[in-house]
Design a protein around this ligand. Structure first.
Ligand SMILES: [Cu+2]
Length: 574
C-alpha cells in the first residue's frame, strides 16, 4: 500500500461525505431541448456562416477499387473568407475549418443521417447551447443552429459527433474534421502556412473482406477500447508525404476512438512540439517522442532542411506499455503482435484487431522530393501566456474530484454513470471561478461501497483489485465477464468541455517503473489543454477556469467506447 493510494482513498471518502444526493435540474432540461436552437438569433451578426450536413456516402479508402460506406460531414460556406472551408473529395473526413479569433460564427447543422446526431466543437470555448451537448441531439431531417464568437487563441481544435450513446460509432464511421484557429499573435511568428501547414489526422480502422468498416464486436471491445489494425492518416492508408527540404507545421490529431499513439522518428531524431490541444506553447519543446491520446492534438515542427532529395524519414508509433491492464498486455505479446497478425487471441475473438495497444507500427513516410534554399526558422519564443497557479484558484485545498472507477463492467466518473441533466453538489461551479481539479483513481472499492452505500457514489463494489497487478488473474480476463478492475488498470484520456485548462502536476500511479518509462518523456503538459491522458493509478491535477458561460459542460473519457458506456458527467456552471 503506497502513500498515494491512501491519499486517493481518503480524498474520495471526503468528497462522498459532503456530496449530496444527485439532484435533477429541471430548469436545465429545456421544455424541449431539441427545439433549443432551430433558428438563428436575429441580433447575432455572423462574420462566418456555414451550412453543415451529415450523411452516409461511399468513399474509396483502401487502394483496391472498393468503396467504403461512411458517415461524412459536408460543408458549404455561405458567408466569410474563402479559405474558411477546405473540403476533401473521396475522403470521409469532414472539411478543415479555418477560423480567426474574434470571428462570429453561425453554423447550420442538418442531420441527414438515419439516426440522431449533434456536432461538438472540441477545444472551442463556446456558449453551452452551441457546445453540442448530447441532450441537443437532433433527429434525421432536423436542423440545429450554432452561434458563437471564436474566443480561442491560435491553435488546433477539431469538431466531431457527440451524439447521445453514439459518439464512438459516428466518429469511427467518419464524423470528424480539423479546425484551425489563427490570431494576430500567431501571424507575427512567421510559422509555416499554406502548403507547409498540414494536417496529420491519425485513426485506426478495421475493414472486412468487402472493404467495409467494422466497429466494436462486443463488451470486451467496449471495455478495453476498440483497436483497428489499419492505420489511416488524413483518411488514407500507407500515408506518404512528398516534402521540400524546409520546415513544416504538422497538426497531429488523434482521431481514434481508443488507440494511443507515441509519435517518433524511426531513426531516433527528436520531435519538436510547438502546440498542444488548443494553443501554441510558450516555447518549442523538443522531445524524444510525443504521446497522443484520443482527442489530443500536438502541433509539430518538422524540419527537413538539409535532408538530401530522395531521403525518406519514417514516423512511427513507437512501442510503449502500461496503458492497459498487465494481463491484457501479456496476452497481446503472446498473440505475437504485428500489423495484420492474428494469433491465438484474435482467433478467439478476444481482440478487436491484430494490432495491439502500444505495438510499433509506421504512421507515415516523409519523402524529400525537392531542394529549396530557404526555410522559416523555429522561433525561440512562441506565445506569452499568463500561467495560472494555485494562488489563482479558490479551492487549492479542496480540489474538485474526477474519480475514475467502475461498476458492473462499466467505467464511471465520480461514482455515477452518465445522465443528460443530473448534477451532484461536487459538480456545481460558480461562473467566473478558477478551480483546481484532481483526476484520480479511488482504491479499495469494497470499503468505499460500505461507507457510501445509500449516498451518491456508486461503483465501489468491485472488491480488492487495488488496480494494476493486484490479484488480476487469468480468470478475470478469461472467465465469463469477470473483468472487474480492468478499467482501473487502464489509461484514460480525460476531456473537459468549455475553457481550456493547464496541467499542474502528475503523481505517478501504480504502473511498473519500466512501463512508465516508455511513456514518461512524451507528455507535453506545458501548454493549454482540453484532454489529458491519465495513466493507471495516476493522479493528475489541473487548473481550469469556468468563465464566461453558464450551463452544463461535460467532462468525460475520450476513449469513445468508454464515453458511450457512460464514463461522462456534467459540470453545472451557474
Ligand atoms: Cu476511459
Amino acid at each position: 500500500m503506497t502513500h498515494s493510494i491512501n491519499y486517493g482513498r481518503r480524498q474520495f471518502l471526503q468528497y462522498s461525505a459532503f456530496g449530496a444526493a444527485a439532484a435533477m435540474f429541471p430548469e436545465l432540461l429545456l421544455a424541449n431541448p431539441k427545439s433549443a436552437r432551430s433558428s438563428p438569433t436575429p441580433g447575432f451578426k455572423p462574420d462566418v456562416e456555414i451550412e453543415f450536413s451529415a450523411r452516409e456516402v461511399f468513399v474509396p479508402i483502401l487502394n483496391n477499387g472498393s468503396k467504403t460506406k461512411v458517415q461524412k460531414y459536408f460543408a458549404k460556406l455561405l458567408k466569410g473568407p474563402e479559405n474558411t472551408v477546405q473540403s476533401f473529395e473521396d475522403n470521409y473526413l469532414g472539411p478543415t475549418l479555418s477560423f480567426a479569433k474574434g470571428q462570429k460564427v453561425r453554423i447550420y447543422f442538418d442531420n441527414n443521417l438515419f439516426e440522431h446526431s449533434i456536432m461538438h466543437w472540441h477545444g472551442l470555448h463556446v456558449p453551452q447551447k452551441s457546445d453540442g451537448h448530447p441532450m441537443y441531439s437532433i433527429e434525421p431531417g432536423e436542423r440545429f443552429v450554432y452561434e458563437y464568437e471564436v474566443l480561442n487563441n491560435a491553435g488546433t481544435s477539431f469538431y466531431h459527433s457527440h451524439a447521445h450513446n453514439l459518439t464512438g460509432t459516428q466518429v469511427y464511421f467518419g464524423l470528424a474534421g480539423l479546425l484551425k484557429v489563427t490570431d494576430e499573435e500567431e501571424k507575427k511568428l512567421g510559422l509555416p502556412t499554406g502548403e507547409y501547414d498540414l494536417p496529420l489526422v491519425i485513426q485506426d480502422k478495421q475493414f472486412n473482406r468487402n472493404g467495409q468498416l467494422q466497429y466494436v464486436r462486443g463488451m470486451h471491445d467496449r471495455m478495453m477500447g476498440f483497436l483497428g489494425d489499419t492505420i489511416l492518416v488524413n483518411g488514407k492508408p500507407n500515408a506518404e508525404f512528398a516534402v521540400k527540404s524546409r520546415a513544416y507545421r504538422f497538426r497531429a490529431l488523434n482521431g481514434s476512438t481508443s488507440r494511443i499513439y507515441k509519435l517518433g522518428w524511426d531513426d531516433g531524431t527528436p520531435l519538436t512540439a510547438i502546440g498542444t490541444d488548443v494553443s501554441l506553447l510558450e516555447k518549442p519543446e523538443t522531445k524524444p517522442y510525443v504521446m497522443l491520446a484520443p482527442g489530443d492534438r500536438i502541433d509539430l515542427w518538422l524540419d527537413f532542411s538539409g535532408r538530401p532529395v530522395g531521403s525518406k524519414l519514417a514516423m512511427y508509433s513507437l512501442p510503449f506499455s502500461g496503458t492497459m491492464p498487465p494481463m491484457f498486455e501479456r496476452m497481446q505479446r503472446m498473440r505475437g503482435g504485428g500489423q495484420g497478425g492474428r494469433g491465438m487471441m484474435g482467433g478467439m475473438g478476444m481482440m478487436s484487431g491484430g494490432l495491439g495497444q502500444g505495438e510499433k507500427f509506421p504512421i507515415a513516410i516523409f519523402h524529400v522530393t525537392e531542394k529549396v534554399g530557404d526555410s522559416p526558422k523555429l522561433p525561440v519564443q512562441l506565445v506569452r501566456r499568463q500561467r495560472l497557479t494555485e494562488k489563482d484558484v479558490d479551492n487549492a485545498d479542496n480540489p474538485l474530484p474526477i474519480a475514475i472507477s467502475e461498476r458492473h463492467m462499466r467505467p464511471l466518473v465520480n461514482g455515477r454513470p452518465f445522465s443528460l441533466d443530473e448534477v451532484m453538489e461536487i459538480e456545481k461551479v460558480k461562473v467566473g471561478s478558477i478551480k483546481k481539479i484532481k483526476i484520480f483513481h479511488p482504491h479499495e472499492e469494497h470499503e468505499m461501497a460500505s461507507q457510501t452505500s445509500g449516498h451518491d457514489m456508486e461503483g465501489m463494489d468491485h472488491g480488492g483489485m487495488g488496480g494494476r497487478g493486484g490479484g488480476m488473474g487469468m480468470r478475470d480476463e478469461m472467465g465469463g465477464g469477470m473483468m472487474g478492475g480492468m478499467m482501473m488498470a487502464m489509461a484514460h484520456p480525460i476531456h473537459l468541455h468549455g475553457q481550456q485548462f493547464q496541467v499542474l502536476s502528475r503523481k505517478e500511479g501504480h504502473v511498473d517503473r519500466e512501463d512508465y518509462e516508455t511513456v514518461r518523456h512524451g507528455f507535453v503538459d506545458s501548454g493549454l489543454k482540453d484532454t489529458v491522458l491519465v495513466m493507471p493509478g495516476e493522479e493528475v491535477e489541473i487548473i481550469k477556469p469556468f468563465q464566461d458561460f453558464k450551463g452544463l459542460y461535460l467532462y468525460h473519457c475520450h476513449n469513445l467506447e468508454h464515453e458511450d458506456l457512460g464514463m461522462m458527467r456534467n459540470f453545472y456552471v451557474h
